[in-house]
Design a protein around this ligand. Structure first.
Ligand code: GLU
Length: 420
């Protein structure tokens, strides 16, 4: 396909994801027909959700749910609440979920949802009414063996609780397996809240071994202080790594001698905002180019681009966010010998424990925190080494290797079902 890139402009996340899927399918020997099937979601629903606001007015929100491919099993993926959600982004995110599920080998295709809204400026009751309205709008298309939502940017276990309550009311029976990332009291799994950060940590440990870097001595920068970024800063600082920079949506904090993570975690609000309390700040872009051993973009897409890739000063990048590095930037960084652990591998811990949660809901039998942690470690370590091995064997970069592993099962299942 070969995306055409205008100077100074990079292709959209959807176009670049399609491009790498095309290359991965080619390497695996699949025809262009398979690419035609997999380049877009098989189903895309747009909904309009009327919500009574606290001041008595009604606001109508736009929401999406994309189901990429259900050849392997039900579709799976989070729902984000963000003012910049677009249809194309939700589509790309559903493609990424297929890849993540393939990489950690859980029996799902990819799905994703989003609502264009800014929960930072909404009250709790307004967020609850919006969450319930979204479930009513998509209820025909989702379910424990159809499509299983989960948390994503600016959504959390409380929102999952409202959503499962609404779904169970509509269906008139208890359906814990409809959604994952629930509070433990409602059938959530131990370890789900910290799962993404734990998966990223496992990838960091394995990458550090490859680069012969001692984690205890490592200087780490984390862009983003949401679910993944905040738990990651906690886990890594407890392990002895020095967190020298963090950021939120507004600004960044940097100290080459290490930040007081415990203090920052205590001060952050539920959306991960903390920099508003400080005056000695730098910008997110400045933070990304500071010297460190490990850089973890854990915020939003398109942060490392052709504009700043040659200024990145880290030897390992572990992508906790979805799509933080553009295709052009990936090339520049690979040439410079920077090891990139791609998003579809590094951020797969969340969906892995979501799968464990769904299995426990279906069984009605619940595992201990230790059992979940052990199963998660085994899946992520295995996935990491498969990606490294595939990259080596096929002489491709880790991102393309991860896509090859990620797309293979869905392509195979689509072929066995006779769709292609
Ligand atoms: N939203 C998370 C992701 O992007 C988790 C999805 C899930 O648990 O289904 O991977």
């Amino acid at each position: 396909m070969g995306a055409i890139v205008e100077k100074g402009k990079e292709p959209s996340v959807l176009t670049s994801t399609q491009d790498i899927i095309h290359q991965a399918l080619g390497k695996l020997g699949y025809s262009d027909e398979m690419f035609e099937l997999l380049k877009e979601p098989i189903r895309m629903l747009t909904v309009r959700i009327p919500v009574r606001m606290d001041d008595g007015t009604v606001k109508v929100f736009t929401g999406y749910r994309a189901q990429h491919n259900d050849a392997v099993g039900p579709t799976k993926g989070g729902v984000r609440f963000h003012p910049e959600v677009t249809e194309d982004e939700v589509k790309a995110l559903s493609l990424w979920m297929t890849l993540k599920c393939g990489i950690v080998n859980v029996p799902y295709g990819g799905g994703k949802g989003g609502i264009v809204c800014d929960p930072r400026n909404m009250s709790f009751p307004e967020i609850e009414r919006l969450s319930r309205g979204y479930v009513r709008a998509i209820s025909q298309l989702v379910g424990p063996s159809k499509d299983i939502p989960a948390p994503d940017v600016f959504t959390n276990s409380q929102i999952m609780a409202w959503m499962v309550d609404e779904y169970s009311r509509i269906r008139e029976f208890d359906s814990p397996g409809f959604i994952t990332g629930k509070p433990v009291a409602l059938g959530g799994s131990h370890g789900r809240e910290t799962a993404t950060a734990t998966g990223v940590t496992i990838c960091i440990e394995e990458a550090a071994k490859l680069k012969q870097l001692d984690l205890q001595q490592a200087k780490v920068i984390i862009q983003g202080f949401g679910n993944a970024g905040s738990y990651l800063s906690k886990i890594l600082s407890e392990r002895g790594a020095k967190i020298i920079g963090i950021s939120d949506a507004y600004a960044a904090l940097y100290d080459e001698n290490g930040l007081d993570i415990e203090y920052l975690l205590d001060k952050r609000d539920s959306f991960g905002t903390v920099t508003t309390l400080f005056t000695n700040k730098i910008t997110n872009q400045e933070l990304l180019t500071k010297k460190c051993d490990i850089l973890v973009p854990a915020a939003i897409a398109n942060q490392i681009t052709s504009e700043n890739a040659d200024k990145i000063n880290a030897s390992i990048i572990v992508e906790a966010a979805n799509g933080p590095t553009t295709t052009e930037a990936t090339k520049i960084l690979a040439e410079r010998g920077v090891l990139i652990v791609p998003d579809v591998l590094a951020s797969s811990g969340g969906v892995t424990v979501s799968y464990f949660e769904w299995v426990q809901n279906n069984l009605g039998y619940y595992w201990s925190e230790e059992e979940v942690a052990e199963k998660l470690r085994s899946k992520v370590v295995d996935a990491f080494h498969q990606v490294v091995e595939t990259a080596r064997r096929h002489k491709v970069d880790p991102r393309l290797a991860a896509y090859m592993i990620g797309v293979r099962k869905t392509a195979e299942a689509s072929r066995f079902r006779g769709w292609i």
